[in-house]
Write a protein that binds this ligand. Structure first.
Ligand SMILES: Nc1ncnc2c1ncn2[C@@H]1O[C@H](COP(=O)(O)OP(=O)(O)OP(=O)(O)O)[C@@H](O)[C@H]1O
Length: 245
């Protein structure tokens, strides 16, 4: 995926992004980190093809409408009147697949997020973390090559969030997909990412990029001096980007 000189000016004159360049390699896990309003969500929506850039170009090898792309938002955005299975069916239904045909893949996607036995539950019966898992299963059901996630775990408590981070890394290893992940959290970005793209506001652009060398991502890494040092480095980059340093 690449963004070349991408700018986005909204009607009303807000320049959300200006001259943004970004390269994401196949299989890479990249986080976009930055303060509120620096254009992270705008960048993700442009990559998703949900809107067009004002200037520059966004390109990637997949097709936007073919199931090559999965998107997960901060809110799980489930249909409350439909079962978990029918919620996960949605992207396949939009492609004209019947529920009986889609069922094995829905079951597999639910299995992958640890909700194999919840196919017939309704969203109201699930915790916040479980709803987010359903939303992730819905994004995975087409077996996308690129997954875009916009602060998916921001509303979860810390223990659930850590668990979801571990599960996401396991899923990514299993599927070999590319992930672009938007977050406010330095800790989360260091734990998850191969590379962190720190963004600066007004107008939104890339300020710095940092790679995160880590042999493995697990509890040992999370509590290590190395992790703490990398969090400090990213935090300092974020301060520089926001002009506090
Ligand atoms: N549809 C829109 N119309 C007009 N302005 C918009 C629109 N969407 C976003 N903006 C503006 O563009 C800028 C970037 O917004 P964006 O949501 O991309 O930032 P963000 O970094 O994702 O913020 P947050 O972390 O708070 O979600 C902000 O100033 C925002 O007010």
């Amino acid at each position: 995926m690449r963004m070349d000189g991408v700018g986005k000016v909204f009607a009303g004159g807000v320049t959300a992004l200006s001259g943004m360049n970004l390269r994401v390699a196949t299989g890479e896990f990249v986080s976009l980190l930055g303060p509120s309003g620096c254009g992270k969500s705008t960048a993700l929506r442009l990559i998703a093809g949900l809107m067009q850039p004002t200037t520059g170009k966004v390109s990637w090898q997949g097709k936007h409408d073919s199931g090559d792309l999965g998107v997960v938002f901060q809110e799980p955005t489930l249909m409350p009147w439909a079962t978990v299975e029918k919620n996960v069916w949605l992207p396949l239904r939009l492609r004209g697949e019947s529920l009986p045909d889609a069922r094995p893949r829905i079951a597999q996607a639910l299995e992958m997020v640890g909700l194999g036995s919840f196919a017939n539950a309704y969203p109201r019966e699930l915790s916040g973390g479980m709803k987010m898992r359903v939303s992730i299963a819905r994004a995975l059901v087409t077996q996308p090559r690129l997954i875009l996630m916009d602060e998916p775990f921001a509303a979860l408590d810390e223990i659930t969030r850590n668990k979801m981070n571990d599960d996401l890394l396991a899923l990514r290893d299993r599927l070999g997909c590319t992930v672009i992940f938007v977050t406010h959290s330095v800790f989360e970005s260091v734990y998850l990412s191969d590379r962190i793209v720190v963004m600066a506001p007004r107008p939104g652009r890339v300020a710095e990029e940092l790679t995160v060398p880590a042999p493995r991502r697990d509890e040992e890494f999370r509590t290590s001096a190395d992790y703490a040092a990398q969090c400090r480095a990213v935090s300092a980059a974020l301060s520089r980007a926001t002009g506090d340093a």
